[in-house]
Design a protein. Structure first.
Length: 382
């Protein structure tokens, strides 16, 4: 298996090298067209937005071809004391889908913004912690400032959280990082918040963007199935940003056939890389409830409010719309907020693709919805 993986990686680099001249020429041609507003993916986009979206699309394609996933780090780095390393809990607490002979619970690094929360004894009732899972197709990204810093600051300044915790869950591009590794890490993070730090569940909001939103949904499903056994409660509410709700769909459909393909940076190769590796190359059915929640709506006794954001110009917009409709039928109080003309995952990349204002506006919408439906008192710090 290791030899096969090495050969695939070598082939990917070779193929990327061979097609680089064509990719660059096509990229430069696209950029030249963007000089004229009429030929931009969306005529309302600025030149800066059009160029940056095309740059991200090119980078994702190269990452996909070379299978260049991010490496896990446990040093404090520039986050210093805001970075915390957490040991896994007792194996008995990882039940059902989280109990796997090959993939075992492991230590977890996570970043706190703006600082670690106070001890349990002085944790103020007005404090709200957002447990946020970053996006990246399960193959790239991390919870550190370099990747999730904009997200964390936006959730604090505009959604009104007092603290954001961003775990560095294991990626499927690394050894033994396939499912259920990400879910084990998500559970470890949540148990650390409520059991070790003593943060009340009703002062915690689950949040996730893209693949991270898929992971947040998986954690909710796990709590629904096993939470009562180990006294693991649901959070107060949840916010999902451009959620990837159908992993199996990435293996069945071609993103380039979407009517929104030209206004997004996602491509078929990146989605299939993530879907193939997170499912362990078919060891786990990618259409299973934990990986493709769009296909498996479920009910809980007391559903909590869920804010859902989608870019009106992203290829996942139809899936997200269908997801919200199906879960509403199952009693979930969900609110779908479509950011018109926006590409995928502006809460993660807003500052890098010049959609900062749109991301901040979405976070403001989330704050108002959660205050109204979840009875919170989130305040904007803008």
């Amino acid at each position: 298996m290791a030899v096969l993986s090495t050969l695939k990686t070598a082939f990917g680099y070779t193929y990327a090298f061979i097609i680089t001249p064509w990719l660059l020429s096509r990229f430069l041609f696209d950029i030249s067209l963007c000089l004229v507003p009429w030929f931009r993916p969306n005529r309302k986009w600025t030149l800066n937005q059009a160029v940056r979206v095309r740059v991200v699309r090119l980078l994702l394609l190269y990452w996909s071809l070379t299978k260049s996933g991010d490496k896990m780090r446990f040093d404090q780095g520039k986050e210093k004391n805001r970075f915390e390393v957490v040991a896994p809990r007792s194996p008995k607490l990882y039940r059902g889908i989280c109990s796997d002979y090959t993939v075992q619970p492991a230590q977890l690094g996570m970043t706190w913004t703006p600082a670690r929360p106070p001890p349990a004894g002085i944790f103020h009732p007005g404090m709200v912690v957002v447990l946020h899972f970053h996006g990246g197709g399960f193959v790239i990204g991390n919870g550190r400032d370099e990747d999730t810093g904009f997200t964390a600051k936006t959730l604090i300044k505009h959604m009104g959280a007092t603290h954001v915790c961003s775990p560095n869950y294991r990626l499927s591009s690394s050894k033994n990082g396939q499912f259920p590794a990400p879910l084990q890490d998500a559970l470890t993070a949540y148990l650390h918040l409520i059991k070790t730090r003593g943060i009340p569940a009703d002062q915690i909001i689950f949040s996730g963007d893209s693949a991270g939103a898929n992971l947040a949904l998986a954690l909710v499903r796990y709590i629904h199935e096993y939470g009562q056994i180990d006294e693991v409660p649901f959070p107060r509410a949840m916010a999902l940003w451009s959620p990837w709700t159908d992993v199996a769909g990435a293996l069945e459909q071609d993103a380039s056939q979407s009517p929104n393909y030209k206004t997004d940076y996602l491509n078929m190769h990146f989605a299939r890389w993530g879907a193939t590796t997170v499912s362990g190359f078919g060891a786990i059915d990618p259409a299973s409830p934990y990986l493709s929640p769009l296909r498996h709506p479920f009910q809980i006794e007391k559903p909590f409010p869920v804010y859902v954001n989608a870019g009106g110009g992203e290829v996942l917009c139809d899936d997200i719309t269908n997801f919200v409709a199906r879960y509403k039928k199952n009693g979930w109080p969900m609110y779908l907020d479509i950011s018109e003309g926006c590409p995928h995952d502006i809460i993660l990349l807003g500052d890098r693709i010049d959609f900062t204002a749109e991301a901040e506006k979405a976070a403001e919408h989330a704050r108002r919805f959660l205050n109204h439906r979840a009875g919170l008192n989130l305040r904007s710090y803008a």
